[in-house]
Design a binder for this molecule. Structure first.
Ligand code: DAH
Length: 352
């Protein structure tokens, strides 16, 4: 019997040598220490032995069982360690792999420029007033002193919005931010009709024109309108305010010049040039060798417009301007195609 037990132990330990993974461990356990293994067979047959043999064989069989279980535990540890070593080997961290870039969102360059302009104007005491992008012909044109069929309307071809037959007052996408002047004046008048408050506001936003899209003209663009209304406002206030804005925007040494111009809603009207901030006024491609860049239109608010807003032109006067943040960016960064702004090309947008 002792020989049989020795053989069982030897065979089991030998076969354990070739066990390399968890599945083989499980199979080995069933085969060599499981219920129907040869060793367990010995235990179940103890009853058939004589009274004297029984404890001797029982003890010997127990010794084999303890030895096999110890060997199994040891092997299990070894298999686990080998598996760990293998996975560490295989799943090594390759620190030379290129990283995954995180794409951080950013503001559109137009929005950035719009905010720069509004920050400066806020420092100068201007409040932001927003007005609708969809307007009536009356507010967009008529109240601003463009009579129906006036040729000046051709400067601003419009997108019309279908809204039934409204005769001479169709609905359109605003062609400029100037209609906000009328809305703002009327709102300020409503605050105190007998003595309307003074106004100092900036009106930012998108404008739309029915234009052939080319490198130089777009059918949508932003404007920032300025409006100042009060008692005793003069052209000197207009010049001082705009020159101050230009210095804050383009540099403390930058000079400005005013050229006479025409807009139906201002009288007198002017266009404002700043000394070319690309070449410092010496002449370059951007300023077409003139040394000057046009940055806005402006003027004293026309008496008819003040009247339409509810301000008595005999008591109040004011000035206004309209400028384009995209135009400022075109000039600043020497961008030669305005279509980049709404082309949604990340290669363009991510540069700002
Ligand atoms: N509304 C004009 C345009 O879009 C720009 C403008 C010029 C606005 C003179 C003004 C102004 O307020 O005084 O072309």
């Amino acid at each position: 019997m002792q020989d049989k037990l020795n053989a069982i132990e030897k065979a089991a330990l030998e076969s354990l040598e070739s066990v390399k993974d968890q599945a083989a461990l499980d199979a080995w356990r069933v085969a060599h220490v499981g219920r129907s293994s040869p060793l367990m067979q010995v235990f179940s047959e103890l009853g058939k032995l004589s009274k004297e043999e029984r404890p001797v064989v029982g003890q010997a069989a127990n010794k084999v069982k303890v030895a096999l279980e110890a060997a199994l535990a040891e092997r299990t540890e070894a298999v686990k360690a080998a598996a760990l070593a293998k996975s560490l080997e295989e799943e090594q961290l390759d620190v030379t792999l290129p990283g995954r870039t995180v794409n951080v969102g950013r503001l559109h360059p137009s929005t950035q420029q719009l905010r720069r302009v509004l920050d400066i104007l806020a420092d100068m005491g201007f409040q932001v007033y927003t007005s609708p992008e969809v307007e009536s012909d009356e507010i967009n044109f008529q109240m601003l002193n463009f009579p129906p069929h006036h040729p000046a309307r051709e400067m601003q071809d419009s997108f019309y919005v279908e809204a039934g037959d409204r005769g001479d007052n169709p609905i359109l996408m605003r062609t400029h931010t100037s209609p906000g002047q009328i809305r703002a004046m009327r709102e300020f008048v409503a605050m105190n009709p007998s003595d309307p408050p003074a106004i100092r506001i900036a009106l930012p936003g998108m404008c739309f024109r029915y234009e052939q899209v080319t490198t130089r003209s777009e059918m949508q663009f932003n404007q920032v309108e300025g409006l100042v209304v009060g008692k005793g406002i003069t052209f000197a206030d207009l010049k001082g305010t705009i020159a101050d804005f230009a210095r804050r925007m383009f540099g403390q040494d930058v000079r400005t010049r005013f050229r006479a111009s025409y807009f139906p809603f201002t009288e007198p009207s002017a266009e404002v040039d700043v000394e070319c901030f690309v070449c410092g006024g010496k002449g370059c491609q951007v300023c077409k060798n003139s040394g000057w860049l046009e940055i806005m239109g402006c003027g004293m608010v026309h008496p008819v417009v003040l009247q339409n807003g509810g301000y008595d032109p005999k008591v109040y006067s004011g000035f206004a301007w309209g400028m384009g943040p995209e135009r400022q960016l075109l000039l600043r960064y020497k961008i030669n195609d305005i279509r980049y702004f709404w082309g949604n090309d990340m290669r363009f947008l991510s540069q700002f």
